[in-house]
Design a binder for this molecule. Structure first.
Ligand SMILES: Cc1cc2nc3c(=O)[nH]c(=O)nc-3n(C[C@H](O)[C@H](O)[C@H](O)COP(=O)(O)O)c2cc1C
Ligand SMILES: [Mn+2]
Length: 525
C-alpha cells in the first residue's frame, strides 16, 4: 500500500442529522424551484449548487470513499481507475486529501455523481437505483416543466476567497494529477468547463475540454473541430486577436454535465443547467475579461488564448479508451489570474478505457437528451434509449420502439444518428422492439442475433461528424461511418414471427406470488 488510509464513510443517516438538507439561501422563494421537485427532500435543487454539497450528500448515503496520502503523480489517477472499474455505475465518489507534497485540505475528488442516486440528487429527480427511470425522468422534464433559466451576476462568492494575480500565478499550487504513465503532462482540466464569449453575439459557451498545465502560468486546451469553444476561438484568431477564456476546475455536477454534452449552439450552458436546478446560477465577473464564473466553483483561472503561439499537447487518455490523437501543436492560454476557494477541491474525470468515473452519469444524461431530441423531431412510439458505457457512451446507442408503421425502425435509427446529441463520434445505432430493454446487453444481443439479417438490416451513413480521437481514423477529414442496425422483428411479417419462449407476465406473476419465499431463498433478491 502506498497510501496511508482508506475508509468508507457513513451509512444512511436521519434527515435531522443532514445539515445539507436544510441549507437555504436568504431571499430564496419556492417559486425559484423546479415545480416537480418542490417540497421533496434529498434533492440538490433546494440548495446552492456546488461540489461540497454533492460530497456531503454522497457521504450521507454512504457513497463517499476517502483516501489520504496518495501521490498526484500516477497514484490518484490510477486509484480513480481502479475504483471506477471495480463496480461500474455503483462506485463511490472518492475524495483525496493530504496529497503528497501539498498541504492538507487541498483536495481532489473523482466520480462525484457517477451512480443513479448521486445523479438523481444533482438533477433533482426522485431517488432511484434504476438508470432507465432516470432517463425517462429527464425526458419527461424536458417535455414538461423545463425552462432555460439564465444566470444572475453577483459580486461576492466563495470562488474569490483567494485571487492570485500576474507574477503570483502558479497552476501547480494545486495537486494537478499525472493520470496515466503515457500522458504528455499534468492535466488540470478534466472535470472542468472552459468559458468563452462569442465576440459577435455575446453568447457565453461552457464546454468541457481537456486542459494541460504546461507550466506555472501556461495552459493548453484541446478542442475538437466543430465544438463551440473552437468555433468561438476561431473568430478571434481570424482577426489575429487573443481569445479571452476562463477555465473552471470544480464546477458543480450539473454545470459539468451541461458543459460536456451537446447543448444547442447559441444556448448558454448556464441557462440549461439552471433550468435543471430550477434556479439561476450565480456568477461573478472575471477580473480581466468580465467572463461569468460560477460563484461557488472551487477553482478557476483566466487568461487569453494567443493567436500565434502553440505548444505540443498530448497524448492524453481519451474517452474511447485510447491515445488516438497523439501529440499536436495546440494554442496556449497565458494565465494571469487564479481564483479559488479556501481548501479548494480540484475535480477530476480520469479518461480511461471505459467504464470511467463519469461515464455512467453521462450515459443517463445523453440517453435522456437523445430521447427528447428524437421525439421533438416528431418520432412516435419511443420506449427507451440507452447509450452503453462499453461503447464509450457515444459509439453504441440503442433505441427501443413500439413499431407503428413500415420504415419506423429506420426512421428511429436515422434520427438517433442525426440528432445533435447522437451525432458526434457515433458508430453503432441499434433499433429494437419494445419488449427489449435497451440498457440490457443480453436483451440487445439476443435481438441482434435473432431479429436481424446483417445483409438486409444494416444501413450505413458515410462522412459523419467524428473526431481525431476516433481510434479508427488516421487522417483528416475527421469523418466516419455509422451503422444503423435494425434488430426489430421485420415489419411486413411481424405477426408471423416466431413466438418468444417465455412465461406470460400474468403466469409469471402468479407463480412468483405463490412461491415467493422459495424464490427469495434461492435467488436472494
Ligand atoms: C471528461 C470529458 C472530457 C472531454 N474532453 C474533451 C476535449 O478534450 N475536447 C473536446 O473537444 N471535447 C471534450 N469532451 C466532449 C465535450 O465536452 C462535449 O462534446 C461538449 O458538447 C462540448 O461543449 P460544446 O458543445 O459547447 O462545444 C469531453 C467530455 C468529457 C465528459
Ligand atoms: Mn455549447
Amino acid at each position: 500500500m502506498t497510501f496511508a488510509t482508506v475508509w468508507y464513510v457513513g451509512a444512511r443517516v436521519n434527515a435531522a442529522d443532514r445539515p445539507w438538507a436544510s441549507r437555504k439561501t436568504s431571499g430564496e422563494t419556492n417559486s425559484m424551484l423546479n415545480p416537480e421537485t418542490r417540497g421533496a427532500s434529498d434533492r440538490s435543487n433546494e440548495r446552492e449548487p456546488d461540489v461540497r454539497d454533492i460530497i456531503d450528500y454522497a457521504e450521507g448515503i454512504g457513497e463517499l470513499a476517502r483516501i489520504n496520502g496518495a501521490d498526484w503523480n500516477l497514484e490518484i489517477g490510477v486509484l480513480a481507475e481502479i475504483f471506477a472499474h471495480s463496480d461500474p455505475g455503483r462506485a463511490p465518489a472518492v475524495l483525496f486529501d493530504q496529497i503528497k507534497g501539498y498541504p492538507a485540505g487541498i483536495r481532489i475528488v473523482s466520480g462525484l455523481h457517477n451512480t443513479c442516486r448521486r445523479l438523481a440528487y444533482s438533477f433533482g429527480f426522485e431517488a432511484t437505483d434504476d438508470p432507465t427511470v432516470l432517463v425517462k425522468a429527464y425526458r419527461d422534464r424536458m417535455k414538461g416543466s423545463f425552462k432555460l433559466i439564465p444566470p444572475v451576476a453577483v459580486t461576492a462568492g466563495p470562488l474569490i476567497e483567494n485571487v492570485d494575480r500576474d507574477d503570483t500565478v502558479d497552476l501547480f499550487k494545486f495537486p494537478v494529477p499525472m493520470i496515466h504513465e503515457k500522458d504528455g503532462g499534468r492535466y488540470i482540466g478534466t472535470y472542468c468547463v472552459v468559458i468563452m464569449r462569442d465576440p459577435d453575439t455575446g453568447w457565453v459557451n461552457l464546454g468541457t475540454y481537456r486542459v494541460v498545465a504546461h507550466d506555472r502560468n501556461t495552459a493548453g486546451v484541446w478542442i475538437s473541430p466543430g465544438k463551440h469553444g473552437r468555433l468561438i476561438r476561431e473568430k478571434y484568431f481570424k482577426n489575429n486577436e487573443p481569445c479571452p477564456v476562463v477555465v473552471c476546475c470544480g464546477p458543480d455536477p450539473v454545470l459539468f454535465l451541461a458543459g460536456s454534452h451537446e447543448i444547442k449552439h447559441g444556448v448558454t450552458e448556464y441557462a440549461y443547467a439552471g433550468g435543471h436546478r430550477g434556479r439561476p446560477y450565480e456568477t461573478i465577473a472575471s477580473e480581466l475579461h468580465g467572463l461569468p464564473m460560477p460563484a461557488r466553483a472551487e477553482i478557476a483561472f483566466e487568461g487569453e488564448f494567443l493567436p500565434n503561439e502553440t505548444r505540443p499537447e498530448g497524448p492524453f487518455g481519451e474517452f474511447t479508451g485510447y491515445y488516438a490523437s497523439h501529440v499536436r501543436d495546440e494554442p496556449i492560454v497565458r494565465v494571469r489570474r487564479v481564483y479559488h476557494r479556501n481548501d479548494p477541491i480540484l475535480t477530476m474525470a480520469s479518461p480511461m478505457r471505459p467504464p470511467t468515473d463519469v461515464s455512467f452519469a453521462k450515459c443517463i444524461v445523453q440517453s435522456g437528451m437523445i430521447w427528447d431530441e428524437i421525439e421533438s423531431a416528431g418520432l412516435n412510439g419511443v420506449k427507451g434509449v440507452w447509450c452503453h458505457e462499453a461503447g464509450a457512451i457515444r459509439m453504441f446507442i440503442v433505441v427501443a420502439i413500439e413499431q407503428l408503421h413500415p420504415g419506423h425502425a429506420q426512421q428511429a435509427g436515422m434520427l438517433v444518428a442525426g440528432c445533435h446529441s447522437g451525432n458526434y463520434a457515433g458508430r453503432w445505432i441499434v433499433v429494437v422492439d419494445s419488449d427489449i430493454d435497451p440498457a440490457n446487453l443480453d436483451d440487445v444481443i439476443w435481438a441482434m442475433s435473432t431479429r436481424c439479417d446483417p445483409v438486409a438490416d444494416i444501413e450505413y451513413i458515410k462522412r459523419a461528424w467524428s473526431t481525431p480521437l476516433d481510434p479508427m481514423l488516421r487522417t483528416p477529414p475527421w469523418e466516419n461511418t455509422r451503422a444503423i442496425v435494425n434488430a426489430c422483428r421485420p415489419w411486413d411479417w411481424r405477426h408471423e414471427f416466431p413466438e418468444v419462449a417465455s412465461a406470460s407476465p400474468e403466469r409469471r406473476k402468479a407463480v412468483e406470488a405463490k412461491w415467493a419465499q422459495e424464490i427469495q431463498a434461492v435467488i436472494r433478491r
